[in-house]
Design a protein around this ligand. Structure first.
Ligand code: NAP
Ligand code: ZN
Length: 334
């Protein structure tokens, strides 16, 4: 049985209708009928081959919510008919030291949902059952889909780097990831400062939980933040004045990258050593944290603000992500 999808046939190309034969369902695999699929900026990066890892035809999409339609013969966690979410990662070895401690993104055999595997801009998508997550009841599917990649990507570093309620957290870039980061950090009890190139996002950022809003194209506004923050989460992917952000950190502060900035991050060692500061990074999040994040999001009403479009308008939706007019996550609906 073939699967109908939308694919980029080569780097940077407009998506086209595409049909593929997924082959026999593996014993631990499940197939999910896609109801909603969020568009993450990583989809744009892989379509454009920014990371030199594109495999074409490429079916993007890794923020899926849908119903399980088929299960492999050894599947035990999920049932046909169950509503599940699938994120960036759709498989790992399950036995290495990293899988063993719930840090599956570090597994050397980690498999991405839409790189070398066809993703969620489709009727159906497949994943290993361990990477399908039941969603808390009451969570709306369209608002939950972006939690599966964007949500866990910002939740995980807040937990892994031990951000505490008394910390002051900066979020750079109020897009798909950033608008969820503001909500999570606020719900964790932190004081939150949003840094954005878009002055028009100020009111919404405050409604989402930002206590302060800084237009980061204004060097004086950046300077005014010197020494104020404990943790800065960078979701933007453009090269910015990183020394200015390191200067905003209090002693022991961390500048953490989740945005895929391709250019080298250059700061002086003195910027770091005098204040015991560090620069770090984080990628998606493991299964345990995904489950925890979904529960935390449900209990604290953290959800993505979404703009829903039918799947056949995927190119139009992608254009809105590219030109930063999505408010705040485009989500495709079948
Ligand atoms: P997005 O929705 O497009 O948001 C990115 C935001 O960055 C924009 O809304 C904008 O916010 C800001 N920005 C855009 N261009 C900028 C520029 N030239 N200078 C300064 N700021 C700029 O993207 P996303 O889906 O949130 O993804 C963000 C990044 O995270 C991407 O690189 C993506 O690949 C990466 N990502 C990483 C992981 C991981 O595991 N580490 C997972 C998912 C995504 P303002 O309008 O507020 O300035
Ligand atoms: Zn993503």
């Amino acid at each position: 049985m073939s699967i109908k999808a939308y694919a980029a046939m080569a780097a940077k190309e407009t998506l086209q209708r595409f049909e593929y034969d997924p082959g026999p369902l593996g014993p631990h695999e499940i197939e999910v009928a896609v109801e909603y699929c969020g568009i993450c900026h990583s989809d744009v990066h892989v379509i454009d081959n920014d990371w030199m890892n594109g495999v074409y035809p490429l079916v993007p999409g890794h923020e899926v919510v849908g119903k399980v339609t088929r299960i492999g013969e050894h599947v035990s966690y999920v049932k046909v008919g169950q509503r599940v979410g699938i994120g960036w990662q759709c498989n790992s070895c399950g036995t290495c030291e990293w899988c063993g401690i719930g840090e599956e993104p570090l597994c050397s055999q980690n498999q991405a949902t839409c790189v070398g595997h066809h993703g969620g801009f489709a009727q159906s998508v497949r994943a290993n059952e361990r990477f399908a997550f039941p969603l808390p009841e009451g969570m709306k599917s369209e608002n939950a889909a972006p939690l599966l990649c964007g949500g866990i990507t910002v939740y995980s570093p807040l937990r892994l780097y031990s951000v505490q309620p008394h910390h002051r957290v900066g979020v750079v870039g109020i897009g798909g990831l950033g608008h969820m980061a503001v909500q999570f950090a606020n719900a964790m009890g932190c004081e939150v400062t949003a840094f954005s190139t878009s002055a028009g996002k100020a009111d919404e950022a405050r409604r989402l939980g930002a206590h302060e809003f800084v237009v980061n194209t204004d060097p004086d506004a950046l300077k005014a933040q010197t020494g104020k923050l404990d943790f800065i989460l960078v979701t933007a992917f453009a090269p910015l004045d990183w020394s200015a952000y390191v200067a905003m950190l209090r002693p022991h502060g961390k500048l953490c990258f989740v945005g895929a900035v391709l250019q080298p991050v250059s700061v002086s060692a003195f910027d770091l050593l005098l204040g015991y500061k560090s620069i770090c990074g984080s990628a998606i999040g493991g299964r345990t944290l995904i489950t925890e994040m979904l529960d935390f999001a449900a209990r604290n009403d953290v959800q993505a603000m979404t703009e829903v479009m039918p799947m056949d308008r995927c190119n139009e939706a992608l254009a809105k992500v590219r030109n930063n007019t999505a408010r705040y996550r485009m989500v495709l609906k079948n």
